[in-house]
Design a protein around this ligand. Structure first.
Ligand code: NI
Length: 254
């Protein structure tokens, strides 16, 4: 079975066919899905999805690009939501310097606060880090991330940076980008990272693998990601599927 570690089925891209698509997932070999909250609204929708579908779990948190609207009231609401028995992580949280907004200080402050929340609730974290490797590592070290644990989702850095996250005990999330022809740096990182520390994801509706690049993504396309990892690691796809399932269960402590 495939363990989809990162999807956004609350997204409006699924407004027309969400129910049918999710119901068919087990038949496509997708045994578990973690839907990832990114804003207060998407955390509420993630709660609905995990209550509705037995195989859907949730990670609840505020994405760095959504932190400008955060306040103490919303943060308290998040804390309460994270106590739900099917909430398996705090996330996605982190830093995104690709965009100018929100200011870096605002992003850093809420990243730190949400790291501390995860520590307090004994939950792992799902980290989104884009063009912000140095500051991400600095905050993770300050928050004692090695005691919290989690995943660096949609990993986009070099193998040298992967080494730093691996030393902190983190898993590395790999999605459709690994199938892109120009993803040389990522393919090298996948070759370097031990298979015992890889998990697979889509980031649906985004980042569909080849040959669907640019189209809407969904978890049934993960075999294309698994095939590419298997090719790079010189393993059988079934082996990669089984190992990444076990890794994801360990990551989310299920
Ligand atoms: Ni995401």
């Amino acid at each position: 079975m495939i363990f989809e570690t990162h999807a956004h089925y609350d997204d409006e891209a699924f407004a027309e066919d969400r129910e049918g698509l999710l119901k068919a997932m087990p038949e496509s070999g997708v045994g578990r899905i973690v839907n990832i909250g990114a804003s207060p609204a998407s955390c509420r929708t993630t709660m609905e999805l995990m209550e509705k579908y037995e195989f859907v779990y949730g990670a609840l948190g505020i994405h760095p690009s959504e932190t400008a609207a955060l306040n103490e009231g919303l943060f308290s609401e998040l804390k309460e939501q994270c106590r739900h028995k099917k909430c398996v992580a705090v996330g996605e949280i982190g830093l995104d310097y690709y965009w100018q907004e929100p200011e870096r200080e605002i992003q850093k402050n809420w990243f730190m606060r949400q790291m501390q929340l995860a520590g307090e609730l004994h939950l792992p974290v799902v980290i989104h880090s884009r063009e912000a490797a140095m500051d991400t590592i600095e905050i993770m070290k300050a928050a004692h991330a090695e005691e919290i644990g989690g995943v660096i989702h949609c990993f986009s850095y070099t193998k040298e940076t992967a080494e730093v996250f691996l030393k902190m005990g983190f898993y590395i999330g790999i999605g459709g980008v690994v199938t892109f022809k120009n993803a040389k740096k990522l393919k090298e990182a996948v070759e370097y990272i031990p298979v015992e520390r890889l998990v697979v994801e889509t980031d649906s509706p985004y980042l569909a693998p080849e040959p669907y690049r640019g189209k809407r993504n969904d978890s049934a396309k993960i075999p294309l990601v698994i095939n590419e990892i298997a090719r790079i690691k010189q393993l059988l796809p079934q082996e990669v599927e089984k190992i990444t399932w076990e890794n994801a269960c360990a990551l989310y402590r299920m």
